[in-house]
Write a protein that binds this ligand. Structure first.
Ligand code: NIG
Ligand code: FE
Length: 412
């Protein structure tokens, strides 16, 4: 199957193949080509250029994109879309005055989701998760990372990872998988956190490494969850079987997790709502991508990640959704990009860079995704007729999308 898109008003995020990350001041630049065409064969972008250089191409399908723009599909590098049920009651409890921490202390929060997931069949979990995946794909997400972490037993964590594997097989989306067994201390291990960390290290990590059920290892490094020593032990055990760290850190408290993750060559550090100067310093000259999750800040009313401080220090930044039942029941990357501009003072160029090429970097796939480039995968958004790409974040709450192409196929 080949698709030819002609008369593209502006082709956005056109980059050389060797650009895999954009940092600091460079994030203000979003390279584009006006009045362009693009040719897809199978699942790959094979050609693009200016309409003035256009010579007739043959294709199975020709799309006239007059007045419309084309950009890479969103690369959402941090989600928890495999979960069972929802936590809408906790949402109401928070409106009535309870905090996220208070709800967690009462046995709600992650432990609530774990209990429901443990009692949900693998098929049912798959069906619930597939609906969410299909929904975010329609909103322009083409590549996505999905974490475990609502199982909290060896069996239930493996069940989650098998569901992610099945999504990988059945869906057009590109999926990367993260083992987040250290997401909360299970009820059965209350006051015996060490024993749970031991179990994760001795039973789960080796099994996951061997069966190749995950690419990455994550820890919720936070007061009341897992401390620096737990995080270090789990990262080391993960690295030993080839799982690269991607760490939840600095969501509510900053106490050295960023530097620790950087030291262990984490691919990304995610959340960062609480940042100290030394956390910024630790990220300089590292290969670790800071990742902001503005929809989480929005939904649970916590500070936004200080994007200006991070980018102005010369660092890169990626944006992701954090789609999960507790802190972010939305995987809409259009809203993420808008919120980053509105609340974090990122420019549209910075936000689009952060949600495409840098998001791909934070999943280890920026050689294949995140920019318009010959030889990269054909994951694309075709917008409605719009005046400028600034309208994408400007029209917050709306998705200015006409069509989504993932793996070279147009979504119905
Ligand atoms: O990224 N912070 C930890 N994990 C999730 C929330 C988990 C939940 O409340 O279910 C997050 O925000
Ligand atoms: Fe998360």
């Amino acid at each position: 199957m080949s698709i030819l898109i002609i008369n593209i008003k502006e082709l956005i995020q056109v980059r050389a193949k060797n650009v895999s990350i954009v940092k600091g001041k460079d994030m203000k630049t979003l390279p584009t080509l006006k009045n362009a065409y693009l040719l897809i064969e199978q699942d790959t972008i094979v050609e693009y250029g200016s309409m003035s250089d256009y010579t007739n191409y043959q294709a199975d399908l020709v799309i006239d994109a007059k007045g419309k723009m084309v950009l890479p599909a969103w690369c959402d590098s941090h989600t928890h879309i495999v979960y069972a049920g929802d936590r809408s009651q906790e949402f109401v409890d928070r409106i009535n005055g309870l905090s996220y921490e208070e709800i967690a202390k009462r046995g709600g929060g992650i432990l609530n989701s774990a209990q429901v997931l443990q009692n949900t069949s693998e098929d049912d979990l798959y069906e619930q998760s597939l609906k969410r995946l299909n929904n975010v794909m329609k909103m322009g997400t083409g590549a996505i990372e999905i974490k475990s972490g609502y199982g909290l037993t060896v069996d239930a964590e493996l069940k989650m990872l098998r569901v992610i594997k099945r999504l990988q097989k059945e869906s057009l989306a590109t999926i990367k998988t993260t083992l987040l067994a250290a997401h909360a201390i299970p009820k059965e291990f209350k006051d015996r956190k060490e024993a749970y960390v031991d179990l994760v290290i001795s039973d789960l990590i080796p099994e996951v490494g061997q069966s190749k059920l995950a690419d990455y290892i994550d820890v919720f490094c936070e007061k009341g969850y897992f401390d620096l020593d737990d995080t270090k032990r789990i990262m080391e055990a993960g690295s030993a079987v080839g799982l690269v760290p991607k760490i939840h850190v600095n969501q509510f408290n900053a106490f050295g997790g960023v530097a620790l993750a950087v030291k262990h060559n984490a691919l990304s550090v995610d959340h960062l709502e609480e940042m100290r100067l030394e956390d910024i310093e630790a990220l300089k000259d590292s290969q670790t991508m800071p990742v902001a999750l503005p929809s989480c800040s929005y939904f649970i009313s916590i500070p936004y990640t200080p994007a200006r401080q991070i980018i102005d220090a010369g660092l890169p930044l990626a944006l992701a959704s954090d789609y999960n039942p507790g802190t972010t029941p939305s995987g809409n990357m259009n809203f993420v990009v808008s919120t980053a501009c509105i609340k974090m003072r990122m420019t549209p160029e910075e936000a689009i860079n952060a949600a495409t090429i840098n998001g791909a970097y934070a999943m280890g796939i920026s050689d294949q995704y995140g920019s318009i480039c010959k030889g990269k995968k054909a994951n694309l958004i075709i917008t409605r007729e719009i005046e400028s790409y600034n309208n994408i974040p400007y029209a917050f709450g709306d998705n200015l999308i006409d069509n989504v192409i993932i793996g070279g196929k147009i979504l119905e």
